[in-house]
Design a protein around this ligand. Structure first.
Ligand code: DOR
Ligand code: ZN
Length: 396
């Protein structure tokens, strides 16, 4: 066993129960019927050192937003895969190079440590449109900074109006992706008006993705932010070239959290939270040690007033607190030991990248999620679980 393997298994045995306001138990541990079990577990686990994680799906946005989002992401993650749904979108290698330079400028201007600054490596994606060509893919592959290509069915989510309207017309692009071994990242929802929002993921898998996989059998695919047991089963039934990311909100919450007792706009994201049985399966597969499932926060900032509105934007903001959130979710079913694979190993393996060498330590000491962060133009940004207490935090 090398240092890193050993360090990942080190849990100090200094027992001390964590005090959490009882009103938050059901929110923090939706699967936890037996609070005593949690108390027992925290008696024996105090610290967890894991390889530095990567976020394989994040929205950093652009321009002024970057001064908030970049330091938040870079404080925990080394590699992040930056979603391309800007206005206008990142459509080709040239756009991606310019976008990455804007991110790096904000990184340099931040007050992060030199160590974090040099470790942060934003990896770019192209936004697939009806006009993307095989040559765009070739140039992206040659750029050295484009890690993948993102497919948004037109109209599926935020800034997806320029997305693909006819997937059957993407044959040349998919062939080029296969040729250059660039993964296709998929927002897997159909968009027809008459299809119920809670069924849109499953319908996409059955009616669209299954056919893409048959036609392009070596295309690497990530089904992003899966939300259903159907998606978990689908990914499990495919070869190793098909994987999935899972967000903290889909592990910790279900549609009751969004809708019961009043609508909670900060739990609203797309694909929308599903019923509890789906949440449980997602937590099971995320903590199973199966390398097909890895971390992708889908942290998606929208100013507080754009979420707390008559027509609220979709997206949960978790960039700064993602690791304590995931640790809380994994710990809720006694699987904190599976966090390193999910957060720090499986994504890199899927993308064929080396594992990070530095480590980060999580500690079983409660932290309060900030109620909000300053955002640009005088706005604020409300994170997932704003103002609430998480049992895990990052060791300073
Ligand atoms: O909730 C979401 N927000 N889902 C997405 O797919 C996009 C994202 C955003 O960009 O705000
Ligand atoms: Zn996203």
């Amino acid at each position: 066993m090398n240092y890193v393997q050993i360090s990942s298994l080190i849990f100090s045995q200094v027992g001390k129960s964590v005090m959490i306001d009882p009103q938050y138990y059901s929110l923090l541990f939706p699967l936890f019927d037996d609070i005593e079990r949690f108390d027992t577990m925290t008696d024996s686990i105090r610290e967890l050192t894991i390889l530095q994680p990567d976020d394989w799906h994040i929205h950093l946005r652009d321009d002024l937003a970057l001064s908030t989002t970049v330091p938040h992401a870079a404080s925990s993650f080394n590699r992040v895969i930056c979603m391309p749904n800007l206005v206008p979108p990142v459509k080709n290698a040239q756009d991606a190079i310019a976008y990455r330079a804007r991110i790096m400028e904000q990184l340099a201007a931040s007050d992060l440590s030199l160590e974090r600054k040099s470790a942060f490596d934003p990896r770019m994606t192209l936004y697939l449109t009806d006009n993307t060509t095989a040559q765009d893919i070739e140039l992206a592959a040659q750029s050295g900074i484009v890690q993948a290509v993102k497919l948004y069915p037109a109209g599926a989510t935020t800034n997806s109006a320029d997305g693909v309207t006819n997937i059957n017309a993407c044959v040349d692009v998919f062939e080029a992706l296969e040729k250059y071994n660039l993964p296709l990242l998929i927002h897997g929802e159909v968009t027809q008006d008459h299809i119920d929002i809670f069924d849109r993921e499953k319908r996409f898998l059955d009616e669209v993705l299954a056919q893409i996989i048959v036609k392009f059998p070596t295309l690497k695919i990530v089904v992003e932010h899966i939300t259903t047991s159907d998606a978990a089963d689908f990914v499990l039934s495919q070869g190793n070239h098909v994987a999935a990311t899972i967000t903290p909100q889909h592990l910790m919450f279900n549609r009751n959290h969004l809708l019961v007792g009043g609508i909670k706009p900060h739990f609203y994201c797309l694909p929308i939270l599903k019923r509890e049985s789906h949440q449980k399966v997602l937590l099971d597969v995320a903590t199973s040690g199966n390398p097909k499932f890895f971390l992708g926060t889908d942290s998606a900032p929208h100013a507080t007033d754009k979420k707390e509105a008559a027509c609220g934007c979709a997206g949960c903001y978790s960039a700064a607190t993602a690791l304590p959130l995931y640790a809380t979710a994994f710990d809720s079913i006694g699987k904190i030991d599976k966090l390193e694979g999910f957060a720090s190993r499986f994504g890199a393996q899927f993308y064929g990248l080396p594992l990070n060498e530095s480590t980060i330590t999580l500690v079983n000491t409660p932290m309060q999620v900030p109620t909000d962060y300053p955002y640009f133009d005088g706005a604020s940004l409300t994170p997932l679980m704003a103002g609430e207490t998480l049992p895990w935090s990052i060791k300073a």
